[in-house]
Write a protein that binds this ligand. Structure first.
Ligand SMILES: C[S@@+](CC[C@H](N)C(=O)[O-])C[C@H]1O[C@@H](n2cnc3c(N)ncnc32)[C@H](O)[C@@H]1O
Length: 173
């Protein structure tokens, strides 16, 4: 089995890297995971869409948990969450990318840059031997999800995007 670093390469895109369950638990109950494994070792939300349903073709509802498929597709899923307006996404903290500028810096309410690197899980539930190939962050869309992030107890650096913009404007005037 290849390590997490390899799924960053164009050669080896592997989507079945599951969120460490303690992360989801810390964030509270979600209504929908629109991109869940076909066979999952644990629930990530009350309802799940898998690749067999094609989560992008379905209507999303309630509070959404999103750890999307990797690669170019990630932006499409994030765009969908931006439009839905209620949920938390887990993505790599590739802050310089177009995707980050299009769907995170300009659209999210809050970001938590997680301390350290996550160890994702295989679809059989087993924890990967190697940590992810990049740092990860959690992105909140919608006020309730900002609160969930803030009260999650997860370690890292919180950035409130609205607050940042407001404090910058205060300094100018
Ligand atoms: C990075 S994994 C995350 C799994 C799970 N959401 C979690 O947080 O543990 C991405 C998942 O998206 C699924 N997936 C890929 N394309 C999909 C599609 N069109 N519709 C629904 N799920 C899809 C993959 O099978 C994989 O399980």
């Amino acid at each position: 089995m290849s390590g997490m670093g390899s799924h960053q390469s164009a050669k080896a895109i592997k989507d079945e890297w599951l969120t460490p369950p303690e992360i989801i638990k810390a964030l509270g109950c979600f209504d929908l995971d629109p991109c869940a494994p076909v066979s999952r070792p644990w629930d990530t939300a009350k309802h799940h869409f898998t690749i067999e349903d094609d989560g992008l073709s379905k209507e999303w509802f309630g509070r959404v948990w999103l750890n999307p498929p990797y690669g170019k597709q990630t932006g499409i899923w994030l765009d969908r969450l931006v439009n839905h307006g209620n949920g938390i996404a887990l993505i790599f903290a590739r802050t310089e990318t177009r995707m980050f500028f299009d769907y995170v810096w300009s659209k999210a309410d809050e970001i938590l840059f997680l301390k350290g690197r996550l160890f994702f899980h295989h679809s059989n539930g087993q924890k990967a031997k190697f940590s992810g190939g990049a740092p990860s962050c959690l992105i909140a869309y919608g006020g309730g999800n900002v609160r969930s992030l803030r009260t999650s107890g997860l370690e890292g650096k919180y950035i409130n995007i609205e607050e940042k913009a407001a404090s910058k404007i205060d300094k100018i005037f």
